[in-house]
Design a protein around this ligand. Structure first.
Ligand code: 5GP
Ligand code: ZN
Length: 114
C-alpha cells in the first residue's frame, strides 16, 4: 500500500529501529513508547486489522504472535509480565491501519486498561 506508514517501514522508506525480523514479520520500537519496552510487531504484507489478518492468513498471524513472544523474551520482560495488544478500530485507539501488535512491559501494567 503506497500511502501506508508501516508498509514504508517494511521497505525502508521510513526509518525504524528494528529489533527482530523474519520472513513474514518485523518488530520495531514504537516512536512514542508507553512503557520501558514498547515494540510493534507487524506482518510484512499489508492487512488492515486483526480480523483481516486472522481471516486472510492465520499462519502469518501465528508468526506475528511468535515474534511478539520472542521480543518479550529478548527484552527480559517475561517476568514479572508483559502485555500484547491489538487495538482494533478507531474507537479502541487504532490510528495506523496496518495491523500491529503492541508488546508492552518493563513496568507494572494495571487492569482494566483505559
Ligand atoms: P495504534 O494507535 O494504531 O494502536 O498504534 C500505532 C502506533 O504507532 C502508536 O503507538 C504510535 O506511537 C506508533 N507510531 C506512529 N508513527 C510512528 C513512526 O513513524 N515510527 C514508529 N516507530 N512508530 C510510530
Ligand atoms: Zn501497510
Amino acid at each position: 500500500m503506497a500511502d501506508c506508514l508501516f508498509c514504508k517501514m517494511v521497505t525502508g522508506d521510513v526509518p525504524a529501529t528494528v529489533v527482530r525480523d523474519s520472513d513474514g514479520a518485523v518488530a520495531f520500537r514504537d516512536i512514542n513508547p508507553q512503557a520501558p519496552t514498547h515494540v510493534l510487531v507487524i506482518p510484512r504484507e499489508h492487512y488492515t486489522d486483526l480480523a483481516d489478518l486472522t481471516r486472510s492468513d492465520p499462519v502469518l498471524l501465528g508468526e506475528v504472535l511468535d515474534t511478539a513472544v520472542r521480543v518479550a523474551e529478548d527484552e527480559g520482560i517475561v517476568d514479572p509480565g508483559y502485555r500484547v495488544v491489538f487495538n482494533s478500530g478507531a474507537g479502541a485507539g487504532q490510528t495506523v491501519f496496518h495491523v500491529h501488535a503492541h508488546v508492552l512491559g518493563g513496568r507494572g501494567l494495571s487492569w482494566p486498561p483505559g
